[in-house]
Design a protein around this ligand. Structure first.
Ligand code: SF4
Length: 273
């Protein structure tokens, strides 16, 4: 029989709220045990046979996911890994770029990633210091691995609005990428240029008439992005604006969600002080 928070509290725990488990109340502790797999044995006031019986019941309900707190990043990572599972690391360099190397005796892919490099193995994705990327970042890279074709960028740029099925994302792009970047760099073109160069951007300001700054970024070998910034002009009455443009082939390599992730990651890197 499964143990709910109330079952655990009413039928198993002493209800003394003694705090020995480092939670102020028994109900708070029960909630952590049921929803976040907190060890029941951290309550030192349970006899061993009750503890053993409850742990068996808890293991069963954990396995079913019953009452467990949802972790969207973890779920997305499991899904993305499954999707990429049939891909062979040895084929990856030809499809998405990078180079094959040996990591702990097995093939791994060393892939340029923003201004750094990442190592993709059969089981995980790490930075060059062998620290695992956070779960959402891994989902992004696994999605690219699953989707990334062998098509090369053409150098023809398009805004998000020009790709199909992006209406729902345009608001998000404005709110989470364009507006924060404008707020951060309004009247600070030199600072934007300095940050962009620091994270590996290539200055293309002279290629785009009328802009205050334009930078080419290559977050991954086949997913280039162009950032174009027009600073406010009080004399001419123009407000500041900023746009990201993507190579027309990007949807061969990333889904729309992943394009948004890439854009937000670029915004984060630029805005870091
Ligand atoms: S140690 Fe046990 S009895 Fe004390 S507050 Fe925690 S759950 Fe309740």
């Amino acid at each position: 029989m499964a143990l709910s928070v109330v079952d655990l509290y009413k039928k198993i725990l002493p209800q003394t709220n003694c705090g020995d488990c480092n939670y102020p109340t028994c109900i708070a502790f029960a909630s952590m045990v049921v929803s976040e797999k907190h060890p029941l044995k951290n309550c030192p006031h349970l006899v061993q046979d009750v503890l053993d019986r409850c742990e068996i019941e808890l293991e069963e309900q954990y396995a079913e996911g019953k009452w467990l707190k949802k972790d969207p990043a973890k779920d997305a990572l499991i899904w993305a890994k499954e999707r990429a599972a049939s891909m062979k690391i040895s084929d990856m360099a030809a499809r998405i770029g990078g180079e094959i190397l040996l990591h702990e005796g097995s093939e791994a892919l060393l892939l340029p990633y923003f201004n750094d490099k990442i190592i993709i193995t059969d089981s995980t994705i790490m930075d060059k210091d062998l620290v695992e990327l956070n779960q959402w970042e891994q989902v992004f890279v696994y999605n690219h691995m699953s989707q990334g074709g062998s098509v090369y960028p053409t150098g023809n740029w398009k805004g998000l609005v020009e790709f199909p099925n992006t209406i729902s994302k345009q608001k998000s792009m404005k709110a989470h990428v364009e507006v924060p970047l404008i707020d951060r760099f309004l009247g600070k073109v030199d600072e934007l240029k300095e940050r962009a160069l620091k994270i590996g951007g290539i200055d293309r300001t002279d290629k785009i008439a009328t802009c205050s700054a334009a930078f080419f970024f290559q977050p991954m070998p086949k997913t280039p992005v162009m950032l174009i910034f027009w600073d406010e002009s009080i004399d001419d009455g123009f407000d500041a604006d900023i746009k990201l443009q993507f190579d027309e082939t990007i949807t061969e390599h990333l889904d729309i969600e992943s394009m948004m992730f890439l854009s937000e990651r670029l915004r984060q890197l630029l805005c870091v002080v």
